[in-house]
Design a protein around this ligand. Structure first.
Ligand SMILES: CC(C)(COP(=O)(O)OP(=O)(O)OC[C@H]1O[C@@H](n2cnc3c(N)ncnc32)[C@H](O)[C@@H]1OP(=O)(O)O)[C@@H](O)C(=O)NCCC(=O)NCCS
Length: 138
């Protein structure tokens, strides 16, 4: 398999949506909300992508300051290419873009929970999420 990895290559909302569909992560992302999906690809500041020719087959999409924290929002591999090391390589290339003290932080999809442990992430019980419909009282 000749897979090419690219740092911050242009990825269209359509390519991103199609990949999420093909990876199963589409079930957990707002793929029918075009504006949101376009905002996701346009406004992340670190995106490593994997290509089989012209076909996008994997992505690692993050927001980071490159020094302290890197928030990995999506890691998705086309099902046909899963379990062949693409996910791991995308994370290696993501980490290579970061400073030596910069942590990778993410919320795992249920099916991928054991994956992160398997490749060396540690679990943090103090991860918190504020849903958009929740308001902090002033
Ligand atoms: C989870 C996912 C990103 C893993 O990527 P991948 O390219 O398929 O996995 P890799 O080839 O990098 O696997 C590396 C190792 O992890 C293991 N592994 C793969 N998926 C696993 C899983 N779900 N649970 C535990 N271990 C897993 C592999 O067997 C391999 O082990 P080895 O190195 O000992 O041989 C990919 O399967 C995927 O896109 N899943 C659906 C979308 C999703 O849930 N993404 C995560 C969002 S947080």
């Amino acid at each position: 398999m000749n897979i090419e990895y690219k740092i911050n290559a242009s990825v269209s909302a359509e390519q991103f949506i199609e990949l999420l569909r093909q990876s199963t992560l589409g079930a957990r992302r707002p793929i029918d909300d075009r504006e949101c999906m376009e905002g996701m690809v346009k406004n992340s500041n670190l995106m490593v992508s994997a290509w089989d020719g012209e076909k996008l087959i994997g992505i690692s999409r993050s927001m980071t300051d490159f020094h302290y924290a890197c928030y990995l929002s999506d890691l998705a591999i086309d099902e046909k290419y899963q379990n062949s090391g693409v996910g791991k390589k995308l994370l290696v290339y993501t980490q290579e873009q970061l400073g030596s003290k910069c942590k990778l932080i993410l919320i795992a999809a249920p099916v991928a929970n054991s994956y992160y442990e398997h490749i060396g992430f540690t679990n943090n019980q103090r991860c918190w999420v504020l849903e958009r419909e929740q308001c902090i009282s002033k």
